[in-house]
Design a protein around this ligand. Structure first.
Ligand code: F6R
Length: 267
């Protein structure tokens, strides 16, 4: 079951703030199915579609469902831009976001003799390092705008790796990861340290997408989702910037939405 809500921030909604759509799903699987359907529909209807992709645990089931849905689709014109990457990990490192994308989405859909209409590797973009930040921003400007940007959310409100305090005007750049983020991401690194720096799209880069879809699942995200929707818009909770976007949707499962008691369904 899915419940559609338009957000009314009683007390905090400002006149210039666009309406944010919020869809709440009973389970993460239902959310993944809806997310995959939305992306697949876009790929199948929009010529030369440009996707903005996130890594992290949240979108994994959506990518699995998407791979099934587009197995027969021509992906040769689809262009993708990932949000971020650690600095200091080789692309082949299993903990890099390059490897993540390969494992969870690209590997089964890349162009090959058996799949001549798969993703063209040259169309897939993941930022790589300090010297590439401006080039990455320029490539988005040249090949974009991004039609649909998928986002997750950190427990501290980061989007991409734009950490609390990142100015809303920020572009793709190298950033220092917060202690909170490094702690949250420690499980993927075992006893090794989580890299201290990353390259990420900035808030302004993210907001230039034509449409934004932010995903959050699990009770661990409930408090930050509450803050994102009820606290004043500010760089200290980077995800509040999404509330400024004219075409943004949140897909939440029941657990992530569990602290939204004061929101009201409308339409
Ligand atoms: C990763 C990214 C991050 C994650 C966020 C949530 O590309 O952009 O903002 O979306 O850290 O990660 P998970 O989904 O693992 O909770």
């Amino acid at each position: 079951m899915r419940l559609l809500i338009f957000l009314l921030f009683f007390g905090t909604l400002t006149a210039e703030e666009p309406r944010l759509r919020i869809e709440i799903f009973d389970t993460p699987e239902e959310l993944a199915e809806a997310c995959a359907s939305k992306i697949a529909r876009l790929i199948q209807t929009k010529k030369n579609c440009v996707l903005g992709l996130a890594t992290g645990n949240t979108p994994i089931p959506s990518y699995r469902a998407l791979a099934n849905k587009v197995a027969q689709t021509d992906l040769s014109e689809v262009v993708t831009f990932n949000l971020d990457e650690y600095i200091g990990l080789a692309p082949e490192d299993p903990r890099s976001f390059h490897s993540f994308m390969e494992t969870h989405l690209f590997s089964s859909l890349l162009e090959s003799p058996a799949r001549p209409r798969g993703f063209k590797r040259s169309n897939l973009h993941i930022p790589e390092g300090k010297q590439k930040a401006e080039e990455y921003e320029a490539a988005i400007a040249r090949l974009g705008p991004i039609d649909l940007q998928i986002l997750g959310i950190g427990t501290n409100g980061h989007i991409g790796f734009a950490e609390p305090g990142s100015p809303f005007e920020s572009k793709t750049s190298v950033v220092q990861l917060s202690e909170n983020t490094r702690r949250d991401n420690q499980p993927a690194f075992g006893s090794d340290p989580v890299p201290e720096f990353a390259i990420t799209m900035g808030i302004s880069t993210i907001l230039q997408a034509k449409e934004i879809l932010l995903l959050a699942t699990g009770s661990k995200k409930a408090e930050i989702i509450r803050q994102m929707l009820t606290q004043p818009i500010s760089p200290w909770i980077p995800a509040t910037a999404v509330r400024l976007h004219p075409n943004a949707t949140l897909f939440l499962d029941r657990e992530a939405a569990s602290l939204l008691g004061s929101l009201h369904a409308k339409d």
